[in-house]
Design a binder for this molecule. Structure first.
Ligand code: ASP
Ligand code: MG
Length: 409
């Protein structure tokens, strides 16, 4: 008999009919002999609706009261699901984060889980009940309600699975798994049976937005097997675990893309020690995160520094740099928001040479200019003009054989 934590997102509990569908899935898991803890999000759109109400009162409402307000979305769905399970003859009990309790720090709106006491849930499970827990919320040491940040129910699911020593945390959503690329760009993209935590972190942060990134980190840290699967369609989904458990010999797992970045170039600065710090220091001081960085030295002894920031920070970063342009003695400071990042991701890269060369060859054949390159052990990213992004993703997906079964090449 296995202990499973199932998390259902907002679209899965959007109506009473869908809540009933969720209840039936829980009941069939129990019929297979498993014990089930269910974590639910608020009905889709509800958290935004509540935030909208708060903003009618103040543009920056008090953070403590915002958490009291938006935690109610999940309180509604736990009660509705518990009632539905009971109606269908399945004993169930709902709990808010504070009732479990899920103790967090006091950072309203982005609280971190400090401790979970599993005793109450274990007692219910032992008594044959389904535990229905509110996602996204906790309670601080002073008894204040806290929330974990948008999409935080995924993290609740993983955290409860870790606290209970569950066999698997299943994240039910409206897609049937993690894909080799965005199917809207690559119609031949296929569902991955398995990815590693590390690959998932790269795929998620690069744009395959299936899971809250923190929940993947959490699952990796506590070694909780995660499975992403569809509420509306039966299937095995995608299992996310450590590498050891991988059976297939795949080099590349997926092609990720990201349109969220913009480029800044500071040119004609003196090529001296400390210059990178003088450019990037003020940007970091403004709490702006820098992703890729490239430095070129020109024959006249000056240097250009090009880097990327989030698009939302682009204007602010340019302003900061231009304010210091005279002091930096920079010839020019330019920005370009029309860029995109394309990455090939796969743990198999560790043991295979030549992946980067192959990637660059594919882009060259398509006539796509590479503006920046960065690599890690399991990822190679390039920055290209945004207008070539889709072409790059499709060409790479094909070149790395991703639209076939992995054992076919
Ligand atoms: N209801 C919260 C949100 O919309 C938490 C979640 O859905 O995971 O962000
Ligand atoms: Mg979500």
């Amino acid at each position: 008999m296995a202990l499973i934590v199932q998390k259902y997102g907002g679209t899965s509990v959007a109506t009473i009919e869908r809540i009933e569908q969720v209840a039936r899935k829980v009941i069939s898991a129990r019929a297979r002999g498993d014990s089930v803890v269910v974590v639910v999000s608020a009905m889709s759109g509800e958290t935004d609706r509540l935030l909208g109400l708060a903003r009618q009162i103040a543009s920056r409402p008090d953070a403590r009261e915002v958490d009291v307000l938006i935690s109610t979305g999940e309180q509604v769905t736990i009660a509705l699901l518990a009632m539905t399970l009971q109606k269908l003859g399945c004993p169930a009990r709902s709990y808010t984060g504070a009732q479990i309790p899920i103790v967090t720090d006091a950072a309203f709106g982005k609280a971190r889980i400090a401790q979970i006491d599993p005793a109450r849930m274990q007692a219910d499970l032992a008594a044959g009940r389904v535990v229905v827990a509110a996602g996204f919320q906790g309670v601080d040491a002073d008894g204040n309600i806290t929330t974990l940040g948008r999409g935080g129910s995924d993290t609740t699911g993983v955290a409860l699975a870790a606290a209970l020593g569950a066999d698997e945390c299943q994240i039910f959503t409206d897609v049937d798994g993690v894909y080799t690329a965005d199917p809207r760009i690559v119609p031949t993209a296929r569902r991955l049976d398995h990815v590693t935590f590390e690959e998932m972190l790269e795929l998620a942060s690069l744009g395959a937005k299936v899971l809250q990134i923190r929940s993947v980190e959490f699952a990796g840290k506590y070694n909780v097997p995660l499975r992403v699967l569809s509420t509306f369609q039966d299937g095995p989904g995608t299992l996310i675990t450590y590498e050891e458990q991988q059976v297939e010999e795949v080099i590349i797992s997926g092609i990720a893309h990201n349109r969220d970045e913009a480029q800044i170039t500071v040119s004609g600065i003196a090529d001296q020690p400390g210059v990178a710090y003088r450019v990037l220091g003020p940007v970091a001081d403004a709490n702006i995160e820098v992703d890729m960085i490239v430095q070129n030295v020109a024959r006249d002894g000056t240097t250009d520094l090009t880097f990327t920031v989030h698009r939302n920070d682009h204007e602010r970063a340019l302003e900061i740099l231009r304010a210091g342009q005279a002091e930096l003695n920079a010839r020019e400071i330019t920005g370009d928001a029309g860029i995109a990042k394309v990455s090939v991701v796969g743990v198999g890269m560790r043991s295979h040479a030549g992946v980067a060369a192959r990637m660059f060859a594919v882009l060259a054949t398509e006539g796509i200019n590479i503006r920046m390159i960065s690599t890690s052990e399991i990822k190679i990213s390039v920055v290209v003009s945004e207008k070539y992004m889709e072409l790059a993703v499709r060409a790479l997906h094909e070149a790395f054989g991703l639209d076939q079964k992995p054992n076919a090449h």
